[in-house]
Design a binder for this molecule. Structure first.
Ligand code: MSP
Length: 527
């Protein structure tokens, strides 16, 4: 992708029936890092997130709490979901709620078009329904439990809760008609569904044959009314998936829609099928472009199982950020888990990486360098003399890291991008150990060498601040301020990421001030 291209990235819209846990926050931070990276690349970036507020799941929670679904969702959006974005430092450009007028109106336009074009018919359906997933299930998706509260019943494999048998007169979307076009799409555009494990699963699923999709419900009324039959509301997933286009002007603002669509969708692998099968089929029916990519990331596991509130293993994001901070949260989940694979969460691992990599690796490097420039040069960045091979090696490590990290982001391999950047952290630490600036500072004869060494590490930190700013925005802002870089170079988020490896950008003479520990040591009682 060339710089300056349109880059539209989305998270799933979260169910507004319950409060967020770290699994939700994981999707957010991954998408946020990608959005920030693309902005710093100069791409025309748009980052959307939001909440999914219709359907039975929310209706039931509201009723159980003696309130209306709208009041329930309003409250949770304001007290839990929007604050989550602050807690983990999310830089979204928009937040869509499916109960907003702009969404409801555009859904109606879309649906009416599909109806007018013959993609929708009326029929009857009987099947197993999981309210947790808001989805009709096939027997393959269910298992019989042997013990516990639901012994002998069929439960959903994801939620471990019993399914319900539903029989209804519904409207159906002729999804089966798109089977061949979908298979062609997976075949011809291998990057459409990622990673490969999810792609293979989707292809297998579609090859087994696609049914038509029930897209309306008449047994309750919490949803968007079907435009030609107001005794039905739109199926919650059909409504929810459309947020990705209704938020960027579908049916209302053609210019904005053209500018943004198609998007890259980051979703959990449990909902990849909705995004990689139903969603492109809907778009094909409407004559719209399919998404650029659907990436199904793995699950955060606790005790070997998908962490979830319904199984009481949910961990609130603030439990982590209150102690370690938002930057550490963001760094940890994106570094420790290969994006696309499952990852087990443990407090011990979080604490170990925090101390080894953030506090000792990066934080300590930043503190030492700024302290040395302050001590030996009165806080003024010295000019470098002639570069030695070891200095030049640092410059080329940096160049390689930028290229490797940018290519990794292109493949959505966020962990590889961070690992590539970390080679610079490690090299700079090793360089300081070898060069021993505190020894060079002892004699006037080595004063010029000291200047070269300190310029090298300070300029290295300048580049690290730029490269790490999408991942740890708060710490890198502090570092940027301490390097006095803004005066000569401008604001950190405006620094070009692809240009980060060009040596010599930090002006000689910049005013450095000492830095407090970016990641102070933390004594934690493991929970
Ligand atoms: N409302 C639907 C999405 C509609 S998108 C058009 C939904 N919401 S959700 O709140 O249940 O889930 C949102 C996201 O959180 C999903 O991508 C899901 O995979 C993710 N996670 C929920 N639990 C998770 C883990 N334990 N680990 C990682 N991600 C998890 O589905």
């Amino acid at each position: 992708m060339a710089a300056g291209d349109s880059f539209y990235i989305t998270t799933p819209i979260f169910y507004g029936n319950d409060v967020p846990h770290i699994g939700h926050a994981y999707t957010e931070v991954a998408s946020d890092v990608l959005a920030r990276w693309h902005r710093q690349r100069g791409d025309d970036t748009w980052f959307l997130t939001g909440t999914d507020e219709h359907g039975q799941k929310i209706l039931r929670t509201a009723v159980a709490n003696d309130t209306s679904p709208q009041a329930w969702a309003d409250n949770l959006v304001e007290t839990a979901w929007k604050p989550l974005l602050e807690t983990i430092d999310i830089s979204n450009d928009d937040f869509i709620r499916t109960t907003e007028q702009r969404h409801e109106k555009a859904v109606t336009v879309f649906l009416q078009k599909l109806y007018d074009d013959g993609h929708i018919y009326s029929g009857e359906y009987e099947g197993y329904y999981c309210v947790g997933c808001e989805e009709y299930k096939q027997l393959d998706d269910l298992m019989e439990t042997k013990d516990g509260d639901y012994a002998g019943q069929l439960v959903c494999k994801i939620h471990s809760r019993p399914v319900e048998i539903l029989k209804e007169k519904n409207y159906f979307f002729r999804m089966s008609a798109f089977e061949d076009r979908l298979l062609d799409l997976y075949e011809n555009t291998p990057g459409f569904v990622q990673p490969a494990s999810v792609r293979n699963e989707i292809i297998q699923f579609v090859k087994q044959g696609l049914d038509d999709l029930s897209i309306s419900r008449s047994s309750f009324d919490w949803g968007i009314k079907v435009p030609w039959d107001d005794s039905h509301v739109v199926y919650v997933w059909f409504d929810a998936l459309l947020n990705y286009i209704t938020a960027v002007g579908y049916g209302v603002d053609d210019e904005q829609f053209e500018r943004r669509w198609p998007a890259v969708h980051i979703v959990g692998k449990d909902i990849a099928r909705f995004h990689a099968v139903i969603w492109p089929a809907m778009l094909m029916a409407a004559g719209l472009e399919v998404p650029k990519a659907v990436f199904g990331h793995g699950w955060l596991l606790v005790g070997g199982e998908k962490m979830s509130k319904s199984k009481l293993t949910g961990i609130a994001p603030e439990q982590i950020t209150d102690t370690f901070g938002a930057d550490a949260f963001r760094y940890y989940f994106l570094r420790a888990i290969n994006f696309g694979q499952d990852g087990s969460f443990s407090w011990e691992d979080l604490s170990a990486r925090y101390h080894a990599e953030l506090a000792n690796g990066f934080g300590n490097l930043a503190s030492r360098v700024t302290a040395m420039v302050t001590r030996y040069y009165g806080g003024v960045v010295p000019s470098p003399g002639e570069y030695s091979d070891r200095d030049l090696a640092i410059q080329s490590t940096l160049q390689d890291a930028v290229t490797t990290a940018d290519a990794a982001i292109e493949r959505l391999a966020i962990h590889d991008a961070i690992a590539a950047i970390w080679t610079v952290v490690d090299e700079l630490n090793g360089y300081i150990t070898l060069e021993e600036p505190w020894v060079l500072a002892k004699s006037d004869e080595t004063r010029e060498r000291l200047g070269t060494v300190l310029y090298t590490v300070t300029e290295g930190l300048r580049a690290l601040a730029v490269l790490l700013s999408p991942v740890i925005p708060t710490a890198t802002e502090k570092l940027w301020a301490s390097l006095g870089a803004a005066d000569g170079l401008g604001a950190l988020p405006e620094q070009s990421i692809r240009d980060a490896g060009r040596w010599g950008q930090l002006p000689v003479g910049s005013a450095v001030s000492p830095l407090e520990a970016l990641f102070p040591r933390i004594e934690v009682a493991a929970e």
